[in-house]
Design a protein around this ligand. Sequence first.
Ligand code: KG4
Ligand code: ZN
Length: 332
Amino acid sequence: MIILGIESSCDETAAAVVRDGTQILSSIIATQMDTHCKYGGVVPELASRMHAEAIVPVVDEALEKAGITLQDIDGVAATRGPGLIGALLVGFSFAKAFAWARKLPLAGVNHLEAHIYSLLLLDTPPRFPFIALVVSGGHTNIYHVTSPQTFELMGQTRDDAAGEAFDKVSKMLGLGYPGGPIIESLAKQKDPDTIKFPRSLLEKESFDFSFSGLKSSVARYIHDHKIESQEDKAQIAASFQAAVIDVLSWKLITAARHKGCKRIGISGGVSANQTFTFQLSKRAKKEGIRVFAPPVDLCGDNAAMIAARGFTMIQESHTCNLNHDVFSRTRI
Ligand code: KG4
Ligand code: ZN
């Protein structure tokens, strides 16, 4: 079964063709990064307009790269939420029209479930059950995943998402957007233990996160120490990143222990951070836990993960019709 996947929840217009939920025939991502970085973050109105311009050429390219025609498609999957409403509407309305015109089933995919599915696209995916982290610019959620459709939310951020903290610290240091990759490469030059930024673990029994205290602490440090040189910025980047990695790793391993799981999967933009994957894997190994992460091109927003999730929904006849709408806030 060939599924056309479409993603437009934030600042990437993406389309992918996936066979039987696992074999990626094409995955095209048109990023709007260059436009939004001038404003230091995503401008929703601009995002919607750019999705509207990009959607048809991106889908065309995905079909061409996959070497298929419209007749070969058996189903359509598009992100329904969470995300920016105007942005979601472009991809989901396109998918509705496409599915209706060709009389195909349409899956309205939850973007967070799809990030977890990026792990199921690995050659050797984690077996169920596993602990999954979705960590991006908008979310820091921990799930206990017990089957292809059972995602128990164990904890989430109470304020900023981890990716958002990377972006804000980058901005404070006068570096660019998105902050994650910039902070990661700068951090490589310095010892992460020099500045002791706080690790907010909240209550012992909670799997929730809080990153706003860390962010304020970095802001105070910058204010008190008149940070100007690239060297000083690298020191802050390394120490800040270490604090985020510590908290994420500690909570994930504690969650795995709590559920008796031997597998942890990380997904979302921040999971592209190689220092994070390395540190987490090292600590997990001591507990006999294996860590799974998607390849870099499937960490951030993409449509292959949407098609993969949509495939299982269509198989279970969990489909949408023309009356279904997009949603901005999470439903899992
Ligand atoms: O999943 P994503 O592409 O978009 C959504 O937010 O849904 O994630 C983007 C976020 C940004 O906050 C960006 O700074 C962060 O992921 N990010 C990283 C890295 N690459 C991207 N954070 C830390 N290290 C990275 N290498
Ligand atoms: Zn995402």
